[in-house]
Design a protein around this ligand. Structure first.
Ligand code: CLF
Ligand code: SF4
Length: 493
């Protein structure tokens, strides 16, 4: 086996020095209050140990670690009004997307191929299309095969919860310690507006009766998982006018039953997807409505605010999708697992994390020590490692940080179309980027040209590359200091 080559931004550079240099010179990251844990001090050490490499359950881990999904369990026992079964399960995945469906043997081949090439890989998830617990034999067969070959990969399951209680004991036996349940309601009257029917114990149920059964099974499944120490994330789809206000009750009830995180996701509704909601014109929330609801939910169950509603066959860090690099037809039959790259990468991350944690603590300490009442929303262009390291024109998303005397917190992200396609930027795309950055005060990036900077300025948006390659928290705290006349920190960790 040749010596492993790893980098914080991908599989191309070499040693830990190379990794650090790449992170500082190439391309982005976070910290928080109220949202998913970002440092060992935020949670019990045993829990931190479980989540520290899981990019969805720990916001901090999402700067370093990647997940992959395999679409092996397409059957479903529930109908959601935001789902068209031609596409992936919209409870955990981006609507309107069709994923490559695999048998358990094909899934094993794909996981090995990805593990050999993507050193950041830490989690294998089954997240649709369909329900991982209803299509249980395929889920189990896939996990059994993968864990035999790659024992240190974390297994993760997403489910609508209807038959979850029947499989909790097996999930525990298989060491699945991260489970997501989609819970959109705790009141069957609300549920009847979201679920037209369910299929349970060989019978179809409709309306309120269906929602009542689904609710009871979801609560039972959550309680059973909590009793076994399996960490649970609750996904709720925010549907304006249907369950947006009701999500306070959902948050309260799942917290009482031991949910670890609550992930409120926006409804994505498009008539072209052929869903009931799409066809009747039910709208999804705006980015600002989402943020406002999440802000009001602070103080209840901890919120996940870095979800990207990824595909059911997604591969890579949460903000990226490398799935197209690993389609089945490009993977040899006899592929075997080589652990070297992943092990080397973990050593590199352990080192980088110590530096980042020290920089984050210093930055947060500084903003908390101010007597300012002000807050800023900062959009950051980043490509991994927790640094301001992406060019404005290359960004496909901006991570949104709020900085205030309460601290520095990742509060969401804004997806955009890449502005610079080579040979200059497209004005129409830039207008779309400006619209996506509604409510943002300042944009941080590694590089920005005069033309987009001036256009942003005319729209009331400031942008700067003065903090290129700094840790995000360091950059954001320095910006806050400069903005409100407080003594700044040293610029780079
Ligand atoms: Fe996949 Fe889900 Fe596991 Fe993560 S995704 S099964 S918990 S490994 Fe993560 Fe993707 Fe959001 Fe899901 S960003 S859609 S929350
Ligand atoms: Fe669709 Fe998932 Fe709902 Fe099933 S549980 S109807 S696959 S969104």
């Amino acid at each position: 086996m040749s010596s492993p080559t790893v980098s914080i931004e991908g599989p191309t550079s070499t040693t830990s020095e190379g990794f650090l240099a790449a992170a500082k010179s190439g391309g982005c990251a976070p910290s928080s209050y109220g949202s998913s844990p970002t440092s060992p001090g935020d949670v019990d050490p045993a829990i931190w140990d479980k989540i520290k490499d899981h990019p969805c359950f720990s916001e901090e881990a999402h700067h370093y670690f990647a997940r992959m999904h395999v679409a092996v369990a397409p059957a479903c026992n529930v109908q959601c009004n935001y789902c068209n079964r031609k596409y992936d399960c919209a409870n955990e995945s981006r609507p309107g997307v069709v994923s490559e469906k695999l048998t358990p043997d094909q899934a094993l081949r794909k996981v090995i191929a990805v593990a050999n090439e993507v050193p950041q890989l830490s989690v294998l998830g089954i997240a649709g299309p369909g329900d991982a617990c209803y299509d249980w034999e395929k889920t189990k067969a896939t996990f059994d095969r993968v864990i035999r070959e790659i024992p240190d990969i974390k297994l993760c399951v997403s489910t609508n919860g209807l038959v979850l209680p029947d499989h909790v004991a097996e999930l525990a036996e298989m060491n699945v310690d991260h489970v997501t349940i989609t819970i959109n309601m705790v009141d069957p009257e609300v549920g009847a507006k979201i679920y037209p029917w369910i299929f349970y114990e060989n019978r179809r149920y409709f309306g309120i009766e269906a929602a009542r059964i689904l609710h009871a099974r979801q609560m039972l499944g959550l309680e059973m998982l909590s009793a076994r120490g399996i960490l649970t994330k609750i996904n709720s789809v925010m549907i304006p006018g249907v369950n947006d206000q009701h999500l306070f009750e959902v948050n309260k009830m799942v917290k009482e039953r031991g949910a670890f995180l609550h992930n409120v996701m926006p409804l994505i509704s498009d008539p072209a997807h052929g869903t009931h909601y799409g066809l009747i014109g039910q709208r999804g929330p705006t980015a600002m409505e989402m943020m406002a609801l999440q802000d009001r939910l602070e103080g209840g169950a901890k919120l996940m605010r870095h979800c990207r509603q990824c595909r059911a066959d997604a591969v890579g860090l949460l903000g990226e999708d490398r799935g197209q690099e690993f389609t089945l037809d490009g993977i040899p039959d006899g592929v075997t697992y080589e652990a070297g790259k992943r092990q080397a990468y973990r050593q590199v991350v352990a080192h980088e994390r110590r530096d980042h944690e020290a920089a984050r603590s210093e930055a947060i300490g500084m903003v908390k020590a101010t007597d300012s009442e002000k807050s800023l929303l900062v959009a950051v262009a980043t490509k991994g490692g927790g640094r301001v390291n992406e060019h404005f024109g290359h960004a496909k998303e901006f991570q949104v940080y709020e900085v205030s005397p309460r601290g520095i917190s990742l509060v969401g992200h804004r997806k955009v179309e890449r502005y610079c396609l080579g040979g200059g930027g497209e004005d129409a795309i830039l207008e779309g980027v400006i619209a996506a950055l509604e409510g943002i005060h300042i944009v941080l990036c590694a590089k920005i040209g005069n033309r987009p900077k001036e256009r942003l300025s005319r729209a009331g948006l400031r942008a700067t590359d003065a903090y290129a390659h700094d840790y995000i928290e360091t950059a954001v705290s320095a910006l806050y200091a400069a903005e409100f006349g407080i003594r700044p920190l040293a610029a780079t960790a």
